[in-house]
Design a protein around this ligand. Structure first.
Ligand code: IVH
Length: 680
């Protein structure tokens, strides 16, 4: 190496590392919404990178952050699909992604072991029940994340994979090979899965059947911000490439762990089938305490030379095999089908079973989902049915015992009237559910609406739980949400089980709810499909019930995330005179039916405009400018695009934004010009 290149070397490295750092910062800022650098730090680094690139023209790269502008391009550079209609890039696997042969018993494992060299070491691992992923690292940098696809080629979902905190974007070590691939499983942990489904239930969206489906849906989302919010996790279990360190699979995983990868602690090297069976027995119960779903274990020949010797069949390696935990299912009698009517009137059939032991709990009820589900299984009371614990949590019926003459107790048909109030059920076209339309007169709908209203994320009224609501409803004291505010201390205290103290607690909770802000009150009203987030967005645009009451479907649809169905539900809600009466009473009771006055547009001078704020200001803070834009009917946007009306430009405006504005011909306004524009 000559003297010149020795001097240049550190700066060339600095250049490369700055590119990576700025790319990462861009991604975290625009995509994950979690800025890691201040604007100032970002600009300083960008300037330094520009200087270095000027010094080394041979290192020109059209993909450098200095050459890319604006958020959507950053997003594209990171291959975020969904922007500009792009799809995931399909990429051929360097090594095909195979599946594993399955086994279900000690005998089958013994058969497999017999074909292996004698004295072989077998690595036992958990079999994670998610989706396989292949991570490509070039010079220690994550460059691709491919799904299994058809085994030969997969989709590059790197932008979504980058939201998983345990996956390193780069490995800052000098002992990593030029290229290696790490394979593993992407999963949605149980707690995240349950929270996601709960949220979907509240928004009346279809539920995911198990964490695997949820992870699969999440990995293919077009918006990495939503992926990040859902909280995927990954476990890695296989390293491949050329010239990798280590002679055994176990050593490679240890190395991967040392490089910062998330490798399970449950991995064991076994020397006999007995040891393998002990591992299986242990994890068959212990896995229930893991944060993620597993459906078996994987056995792998430890020695890599032996692995190579054994080779592959067309579909699976010969050096590995899966052992699947037995599906927990039981036959039992379907005694009766009962029906539950939910808050929104949906009628759900429920199987009442002869109690049966399953995965450590006694099961006597299981959902039958809807009429189509019952028809597809062709089951009726009197049948013996198979019950399984779907995804280990919710018991489900998977079929009937075909071995016996199946007569059941006679013909079965889904009810035509509401089992609670007798109203004629309706089935909306395109929906599987039958609904009771008697919203205001059907007891579970009445009580369900009140339960929703008082729930923690809504009005958060302590002391008014499901049982108390039921009691007060039966006593004729509660018929709708407005009745809550007419409850008297003596009415409550007079109830059996509810004393003086409960009455005081409840009334304090009711009183406190009068301070709950408008967005939550709107959510609490329980308008169909208006969940927590949607309510917030609507409440921001329509800052009082009075303005919302007259909103048209078209105006509502202009709000982010509000589609025609939600808009129609809102409009219909206000068309019902009973709701208007309830709202009147809530207003008289002193509820917050309007938002902060500051949020209300004071003028429409900026109506329909999308304005980007960039740089530092002397007269007001960025937040104050943001509030002013909104108060004048405008929209503050984070990135420059064709739709940007103008940029409110302060000192030291970001060079990327400036360049993009120039390219697109977007005007800049100083803060003085802006203040002049909105002056009364
Ligand atoms: S090894 C060539 N190890 O199970 C061997 N796979 O049914 C590659 N899986 O496609 C696979 N946990 O998605 C391996 N500890 C583990 C695993 C595992 C889960 C998945 C993987 C594979 C599928 C085969």
């Amino acid at each position: 190496m000559d003297l010149f290149s020795q001097i240049e070397e550190p700066e060339r490295e600095e250049l490369l590392s700055l590119r990576r750092e700025l790319e990462e910062a861009n991604y975290k800022y625009y995509v994950l919404n979690q800025p890691t650098l201040s604007d100032r730090e970002f600009d300083e680094k960008m300037h330094r990178l520009q200087d270095l690139e000027a010094m080394f023209p041979d290192m020109y790269d059209p993909k450098s952050p200095t050459q890319q502008v604006g958020s959507d391009l950053d997003v594209q550079r990171n291959n975020v699909p969904g922007t500009k209609g792009s799809k995931f890039e399909t990429v051929k696997h360097k090594y095909p992604m195979l599946s594993l042969a399955n086994s279900y018993s000690r005998e089958e494992i013994e058969d497999w072991v017999r074909k292996l060299p004698s004295g072989v070491e077998i690595v036992c691992e958990l079999k994670y029940d998610g989706l396989s992923i292949s991570l490509w690292y070039e010079h220690g940098v994550l460059v691709r994340a491919l799904t299994r696809g058809d085994g030969q080629q997969g989709d590059d979902v790197i932008a979504n994979i980058k939201t998983i905190p345990s996956i390193p974007w780069k490995i800052d070590r000098n002992d990593v090979p030029a290229f290696f691939e790490l394979r593993g499983e992407v999963l949605l942990p149980w707690t995240r899965f349950e929270a996601l489904n709960k949220e979907r239930e509240e928004q009346e969206e279809p539920l995911f059947a198990n964490p695997r489906n949820a992870a699969s849906g999440t990995l293919k989302l077009q918006d990495p911000r939503e992926v990040a919010r859902r909280g995927l996790e990954a476990y890695l279990y296989y390293m491949i490439g050329e010239n990798l360190p280590g002679k055994t699979h176990f050593e490679r995983l240890e190395t991967a762990k040392a490089w910062g990868f998330h490798i399970s602690d449950a991995i064991r090297v076994c020397h006999s089938v007995d040891e393998v069976m002990a591992y299986i027995a242990y994890w068959d119960t212990e896995r229930k305490n893991l944060p993620v779903a597993t459906d078996g274990i994987v056995l792998k020949v430890n020695n890599l030379a032996e692995q190579e010797e054994l080779g592959y069949t067309a579909k699976t390696p010969r050096w590995a095999i899966a052992y699947k935990f037995p599906a927990e299912k039981q036959l039992t009698l379907l005694k009766e089908i009962t029906y539950q009517v939910g808050r929104t009137g949906v009628v759900t059939p429920v199987a009442n079973l002869e109690p049966v032991q399953l995965s450590g709990t006694i099961v006597q009820r299981a959902t039958l989902h809807n009429e189509d589900f019952i028809k597809s299984l062709d089951i009726r009371p009197g049948n013996r049915v198979w019950v399984e614990k779907g995804g280990e949590i919710i018991p489900k019926i998977t079929g009937k015992d075909e071995g016996l003459p199946v007569t059941g107790y006679g013909d079965y048909s889904f009810p035509t009237t509401c089992p609670e109030c007798g109203a004629t059920l309706v089935r909306v076209e395109g929906e599987a559910a039958w609904r009771c339309p008697n919203e205001a007169g059907c007891p579970p709908q009445i009580k369900g609406k009140i339960e929703h209203f008082v729930s923690r994320k809504a009005m958060n009224i302590d002391g008014l739980g499901e049982e108390t609501i039921d009691l007060l409803y039966r006593q004729g004291l509660l018929h709708n949400i407005a009745d809550i505010y007419d409850l008297k201390s003596e009415d409550i205290a007079a109830q059996e089980r509810l004393g003086e103290k409960s009455a005081q607690n409840m009334l304090a909770g009711i009183e406190a709810s009068k301070q709950v802000p408008w967005a939550r009150v709107l959510f609490a009203l329980g308008i169909r499909m208006v969940g927590e987030t949607t309510a917030k967005k609507i409440a921001k645009r329509f800052i009082s019930i009075d303005s919302l009451q007259w909103a048209t479907a078209e105006q509502l649809c202009a709000i982010e995330d509000v589609g025609p169905q939600i808009a129609e539900n809102v409009v219909k809600y206000f068309e019902d005179i009973r709701n208007i009466e309830i709202l009147d009473r809530l207003r008289k009771a002193g509820l917050q039916l309007e938002g902060e006055a500051a949020e209300e547009p004071t003028s429409d001078k900026l109506a329909g405009m999308s304005i980007v704020i960039s740089g530092t200001f002397s007269q007001h803070s960025r937040d104050e400018y943001k509030a002013m834009i909104e108060a004048n009917g405008g929209k503050n946007s984070g990135s420059v695009s064709k739709k940007t009306s103008f940029i409110l430009a302060g000192e030291n405006m970001g060079p990327e934004k400036r360049k993009k504005a120039e390219d697109l011909g977007i005007p800049l306004k100083t803060e003085e010009e802006f203040l002049e524009l909105i002056k009364n």
